[in-house]
Write a protein that binds this ligand. Structure first.
Ligand SMILES: *Cc1c(COP(=O)(O)O)cnc(C)c1O
Length: 375
């Protein structure tokens, strides 16, 4: 056996029962840990013809469709771990600051565990309606502060330090542990290799930290022969890592990444540098164009923030950066994975605003045929 031989991950035993059950050897749990799960994970890796074509010959682009998790975003991967560990440690209450998806996820897992959930959300229209609805119906105590996400997170950190409440933002290390399983699934779905390039949106930067941790662990354990290049994308109005300093008043339509001072800043920069990758930014127009492309050409409906991954990839294609990477790494064929972090139904308002409204006609065959251009 050669030293470089790659071993597959151990095979799944039985039907899918959530990511802790599937990947327990790689996670900080024991047989006694009370697993709180909604069968999260196991999301599809969908091949995209149009995007592959745009990226050039011998290139396959896949979407990791994280919107298909139980509460509609990748946050469930981290939350199953964070809430499981909170319950194991005897906690009766969890709390988070949220641009929406973390609260939706925390509320659902807390409900499942029978513990209290409190969430602090930013003011104004910065949280999509679907996300707020999820947290409220699950019985979370939702408090809207007259401030932005960064301020909410600062307050939650202090509240959790001084009260018997478990913080479940991505600064909670168990969140990162759960989220790293996204990499494990991608490797299994690609047949035992990491993608050559991994693109994702960057907000508070927990996700880029987690995916990179997942890939490096698989590499250390000899489950993959090579690591991916990581390309993270911030929104132009909320791009502290790109600019190199915090942004006091972040502004973008991509509300899930409207963050001016990411908690995992250092780890994101480490993922970028260790993978010889990039963290760049995309404008709201580029995000919206990618969002529409995904829905209308590939049939995949994501929330606007998610589309930053594809918007960034397309920006890099146009700038010649994808070809540069291909040359630099000497790749004859290239697998690219873009993570779509959340479901489009979280924010139907933005879809309605971005698309043509329905045509209204009288209830006659003639009128309908006329409207279809078949009259
Ligand atoms: C949380 C979130 C992000 C940003 O992830 P970070 O880990 O904060 O970088 C991106 N998109 C969606 C839909 C999210 O919910």
């Amino acid at each position: 056996m050669s030293a470089t031989q790659v071993l597959p991950l151990p095979a799944a035993k039985g039907p899918w029962k959530g990511l802790i059950n599937r990947y327990r050897e790689y996670l900080p749990v024991t047989d006694k840990t009370p697993v709180i799960t909604l069968n999260e994970g196991n999301t599809p890796l969908v091949h995209c013809c149009h995007l592959s074509h745009i990226c050039g010959p011998n290139t396959d682009v896949f979407i990791k469709y994280e919107g298909l998790n139980p509460t509609g975003s990748f946050k469930d991967r981290g939350m199953t771990m964070a809430v499981t560990k909170a319950v194991e440690e005897g906690s009766k209450a969890i709390m988070c600051a949220s641009t929406g998806n973390t609260s939706a996820s925390a509320a659902a897992y807390a409900a499942r565990a029978g513990i209290t959930c409190a969430v602090l959300i930013p003011s104004g229209k910065n949280v999509a309606l679907g996300k707020l609805a999820q947290a409220s119906i699950a019985g979370a105590k939702v408090i809207r502060i007259e401030g932005n996400f960064d301020q909410a997170l600062e307050m939650v950190r202090v509240l959790c330090e001084t009260n018997p409440i478990t913080l479940v933002n991505s600064v909670n290390p168990y969140r990162i542990e759960g989220q790293k399983t996204g990499s494990f699934e991608i490797v299994e779905q690609l047949g035992g290799v990491a993608p050559d390039l991994h693109c994702l949106p960057v907000g508070n930067a927990g996700n880029i930290t987690a995916f990179w941790k997942g890939y490096t662990e698989l590499h250390q354990r000899n489950h993959i022969a090579a690591l991916p290049t990581m390309w993270g994308f911030q929104a132009a109005g909320a791009a502290p890592i790109v600019l190199g300093h915090p942004v006091p008043n972040p502004d973008t339509i991509a509300t899930a990444i409207r963050i001016g001072n990411p908690a995992s800043w250092k780890q994101a920069v480490a993922a970028r540098d260790e993978s010889k990758g990039k963290i760049d930014m995309v404008t709201d127009e580029e995000i919206t164009a990618a969002y529409k492309h995904l829905a209308s050409k590939e049939g995949i409906f994501c929330e606007p923030s998610s589309a930053a991954s594809v918007a960034g990839l397309l920006k890099m294609v146009n700038a010649g950066q994808l070809d540069a990477l291909r040359k630099e790494r000497g790749l004859k064929h290239m697998n690219i994975v873009c993570v779509l972090t959340g479901h489009g139904l979280k924010d139907p308002d933005y879809a309605t605003k971005s698309a043509e409204p329905p045509v209204v006609v009288p209830a006659t065959m003639e009128a309908v045929l006329g409207a279809l251009g078949m009259g």
